[in-house]
Design a protein around this ligand. Structure first.
Ligand code: ZN
Length: 196
C-alpha cells in the first residue's frame, strides 16, 4: 500500500492480476481519494464520519447522502420512501430497495464489475436463456412472469405491463384504492420480489 521515505508517506500498490477497464476506472476513483492523503508517524489511525453531528456516524445521514448522490431533489422517486413500509421485514425492504437501485449482485452487475462466472456464464439461472439483469430476474424472466400472473389473478387486478422494476412497483402499489390498500400492495410486491 505504501511506505515512509525520508519521513514522507508514499503510496505504492501491487496488484495480483492485470487491470481490465472497470478496474482501471475504479483505481482512478480511488487515486483521487488517496492522493491528497499523507500518513504521519505520530498520528494514530481513526475512522471519522465526515458529516454533521461532530463526527458521529448516522445511518439516516448516510441514507440521505446515498440518495443525494443518485438523485437530484426533483427526481427522487416516491418509491424509495414507500419501500420502508411498516410490517415488511427489514431484510425484505432492504432487498427491494437495492433491487430498485439495481444494486443487487445479479450476473449482469457482476459482469459490469469484471467478475467472470464459470458454469452457466451470465445467463439467468431460472430460464438459462438471457442475461440475468435485475429487471429480467424479478420481472421479465418467463418464470417471474408466471409468478406475477398468479399474483394478479389472486389479487384480481389487471396485469401490469411495465418492463422497468420501478415503474412496475409504482403501478402495482397504485392498484390499492386507499392508504391501507396501497400498503397491502406494497407489502405483497416486496414479498414477491424477495421470494423470486
Ligand atoms: Zn430468466
Amino acid at each position: 500500500m505504501g511506505m515512509f521515505r525520508e519521513g514522507e508517506w508514499v503510496w505504492s500498490f501491487m496488484w495480483e492480476r492485470a487491470f481490465n477497464f472497470s478496474d482501471f476506472v475504479n483505481f482512478v476513483e480511488l487515486w483521487f481519494v488517496l492522493y491528497r492523503i499523507s500518513l504521519r508517524h505520530s498520528v494514530s489511525d481513526s475512522i471519522l464520519w465526515k458529516g454533521a453531528n461532530a463526527g458521529k456516524f448516522s445511518t439516516k445521514e448516510m441514507y440521505s447522502n446515498i440518495h443525494k448522490a443518485i438523485f437530484t431533489a426533483n427526481n427522487s422517486p416516491v418509491a424509495f420512501k414507500d419501500i420502508w413500509a411498516k410490517g415488511v421485514p427489514i431484510k425484505v425492504s432492504s432487498f427491494a430497495w437495492r433491487a430498485l437501485l439495481d444494486r443487487i449482485p445479479t450476473r449482469e452487475n457482476l459482469l459490469k464489475r469484471g467478475i467472470m462466472l464459470g458454469n452457466g456464464g451470465h445467463c439467468c439461472p431460472l430460464c438459462s436463456c438471457l442475461l440475468e439483469s435485475t429487471d429480467h430476474l424479478l420481472l421479465l424472466c418467463m418464470f417471474s412472469v408466471k409468478v406475477w400472473e398468479l399474483i394478479y389473478k389472486w389479487m384480481n387486478i389487471s396485469p401490469i405491463s411495465s418492463v422497468s422494476l420501478l415503474e412496475h412497483f409504482n403501478e402495482f402499489v397504485e392498484q390499492g384504492e386507499n392508504k391501507k390498500g396501497k400498503l397491502m400492495c406494497n407489502t405483497i410486491w416486496q414479498c414477491v420480489c424477495w421470494k423470486i
